[in-house]
Design a protein around this ligand. Sequence first.
Ligand SMILES: NC(=O)c1ccc[n+]([C@@H]2O[C@H](COP(=O)([O-])OP(=O)(O)OC[C@H]3O[C@@H](n4cnc5c(N)ncnc54)[C@H](O)[C@@H]3O)[C@@H](O)[C@H]2O)c1
Length: 345
Amino acid sequence: MKPSILITGGAGYIGSHTAYLMSQSGYNIIILDTLNHKQSFDHNWATLIKSDFADTKVLKNIFSNYNIKAVMHFAAFIEVGESVKNPLQFYENNVVKTVQLLKVMLEHNVKNFIFSSSCAVYGSPQYLPLTEQHTKNPISPYGKNKLMVEMALEDFNIAYGLNYVNLRYFNAAGAMPQYGLGENHDPETHLIPLVLRAAMENKEFCIFGDNYETKDGSCIRDYVHVWDIAQAHKLALEYLQAGNTSDSFNLGTGEGFSVKEIVMAVEQICCAKINIALKNKRPGDPAILVADPKKASDILGWSTQYSNLDFIIRTAYENENTKNFIQNKSSTQKDKEKSHNYNKI
Ligand SMILES: NC(=O)c1ccc[n+]([C@@H]2O[C@H](COP(=O)([O-])OP(=O)(O)OC[C@H]3O[C@@H](n4cnc5c(N)ncnc54)[C@H](O)[C@@H]3O)[C@@H](O)[C@H]2O)c1
């Protein structure tokens, strides 16, 4: 039987890019996703099962019928602000259900797990760039969820021999529109798509805080192209399959860009001037978050190939254009259908 990988949240942004890369690397891809963003997933290189990733019956079926070599766990609720308002839902989806998934995995003797963790596990930086040894003091329920799963994995490793890699992403960005893949969150809260939409739709863009202790007063973040993140998953799986020790790795570039620099780069690429509205700082937003990616480079052999800002913004721009084209096409189709129905009456 062909080796398979179970990818939870594989119809989401980062999961879909990784799923495609793994399919191109010879794996049979099984995706479990509830399509929370009402996104369409129309690809023939994966089997999509529209289900909750903690549905025991569905999981047992998958583990019994496919030769699952590893689970890559992307599925989660991802909005930090929402996690503050609705912690119950976040703890349930991101922590309780993940433990349920691990339980069924162990019952079927599937022991390789790659977890989508986050730089949110660190909290406010005590030094920069952030290394994996930095104190873990998450500020939001979302960050705490990620840290709790990391802690459970450590215990499950010792007690049950579960092998894991925690990949702590910084800011995932960019797209691979040539493969029909891109960022498609509903609602969208990520900076680059929001700045692009402001430029493309001539809308106001809000900058939250411009008196941070940074070069231009706006927050600095580390943007890493989603295709580089996908490559890290492949390397992490090879690392586990070679019998290496379970571990955690930062995925970032080591370089930061400010919100104002992103706005300027988008203005250049879109040839548009963006209307800026300055707003108060948001609580819990550190001035700078930048990764030290040395450990992933030294141990996994990972390096960023696609994460230059120009490529990130150009691919994200192309993705926004493609989505608009599809939306316009489907509304034209709906209009045609409406007029067709009208004609019938
Ligand atoms: N995007 C980033 O910059 C970033 C940064 C750090 C960490 N992460 C983590 O990476 C992972 C993927 O992020 P993303 O941006 O691709 O998010 P996404 O929302 O695009 O993808 C997550 C997918 O999981 C699915 N899902 C959620 N709960 C589910 C459930 N109970 N059962 C089945 N499917 C479920 C959603 O439908 C969605 O398609 C998440 O775990 C996120 O916390 C993302």
